[in-house]
Ligand binder design. Structure first.
Ligand SMILES: [Zn+2]
Length: 353
């Protein structure tokens, strides 16, 4: 599933140098998208086109329309150049604790709200399909666990000053997902780790009730698989669903032989470190995207048997930008009636990206 490109940059400096040359950036983007130069129209999938070299775009004879290398990817409709896009993709794929829109804006020389939108679109590309199930009778054990993230305890106090981080204010300005008007509620996240495949799947859940967690497990783990958890009562019905279930009671023990949840716990600490250190106050509405980002880096980290490096992670992410889109309206909730009313005509929403 991994693609290796001789030409992909190994360091951030190389990425910046390589992609600052518009022709090289263009050629790299084309090669990632259409390996071997097999360019097809993103609208009709046909290869009947002519290339307009001076403008680096194609004209499709079937659709009678032009297309660029960005059309049909997360970069569609963005006036920001490939040099900046690919540098941003390199950074989000490889910065262990993510990168804030404030930092990225400074690095690329773009406005912070443009950087914020770029980062969210790259997170969209990082989203995994979840087609392949974990565990099963032949597979390894799957650790499951739920946690709560966000909602700094200090912010719970009414008089305490709110943390004025860029991502926080961005979301706040847009009045998105503010449940209590403070936007600092903790949000439950459910995670599963396939020990043999060394992969995680995690997502924001509405609550940690039995049916919600069971649903997530049934969608992710193959029947008859082995599941390890703590003694949270929601997991008690796993044997009824034909899973082999072993639990550790954290009041008494954390590890009983092979039975523990240390792998998924490790993922939670990485996620929380990123959220606390880089993004600080993430709105519940957007949290899922930050979870996707962390899952991407975790699932594509170097392991003993899979020696991935920064170049590989970047190259892989570049192959994931196609077929995914995230519009500004989807991201900000603009278009849904009440939210739209609150913010219409004011704020950074009206700026053109
Ligand atoms: Zn076409």
């Amino acid at each position: 599933m991994y693609y290796f490109y001789m030409d992909a940059p190994e360091t951030l400096l190389q990425a910046i140098t390589m992609f600052s040359d518009p022709q090289r950036a263009f050629e790299a983007a084309v090669e990632f998208r259409w390996p071997g130069g097999n360019v097809t129209c993103p609208r009709c999938n046909q290869a009947k086109h002519s290339f307009v070299k001076t403008r680096r775009l194609w004209f499709c004879y079937v659709c009678k329309k032009q297309f660029t290398v960005k059309v049909g990817t997360v970069m569609e409709d963005s006036p920001i150049g490939l040099d900046k896009w690919m540098t941003a993709i390199w950074m989000l794929a490889n910065c262990k604790n993510g990168i804030s829109s404030y930092e990225l804006g400074k690095v690329l020389g773009v406005r912070q709200n443009s950087a914020w939108f770029m980062l969210h679109r790259i997170r969209k590309a990082m989203q995994e399909s979840g087609d392949i199930k974990f565990g099963g009778p032949e597979g390894g054990p799957v650790e499951v666990d739920e946690t709560y993230v966000g909602g700094d305890a200090k912010n719970k106090h009414k008089k305490a000053p709110l943390k004025a981080t860029p991502d926080y204010w961005f979301a706040r300005e847009r009045k998105i997902g503010l449940k209590t008007g403070r936007g600092t509620d903790k949000v439950p996240v459910f995670g599963m780790l396939d020990r043999e495949a060394r992969r995680v799947r995690a997502k924001v859940v509405p609550n940690v009730k039995r049916e919600v967690l069971m649903d997530a497990i049934l969608n992710t783990v193959q029947p008859k698989g082995t599941i390890y958890s703590d003694s949270f009562p929601a997991y008690a019905s796993l044997p009824e669903k034909e899973f082999v279930h072993e639990a550790v009671n954290h009041l008494k023990e954390y590890v009983r032989g092979e039975i523990h949840t240390n792998g998924i716990d490790n993922f939670w600490s990485l996620l929380k470190r990123t959220l606390k250190g880089t993004y600080v106050s993430v709105e519940p509405f957007h949290l899922g995207a930050y979870v996707d980002e962390q899952v991407f880096r975790f699932n594509n980290r170097a392991t003993k048997d899979n020696k991935l490096n920064d170049k590989d992670r970047f190259a892989f992410l570049m192959t994931q930008v196609e077929g995914k889109r995230l519009t500004y309206a989807e991201l900000t909730g603009k278009g849904t009636d009440s939210l739209h009313q609150q913010t219409a005509g004011t704020g950074p929403e009206d700026e053109i990206f």
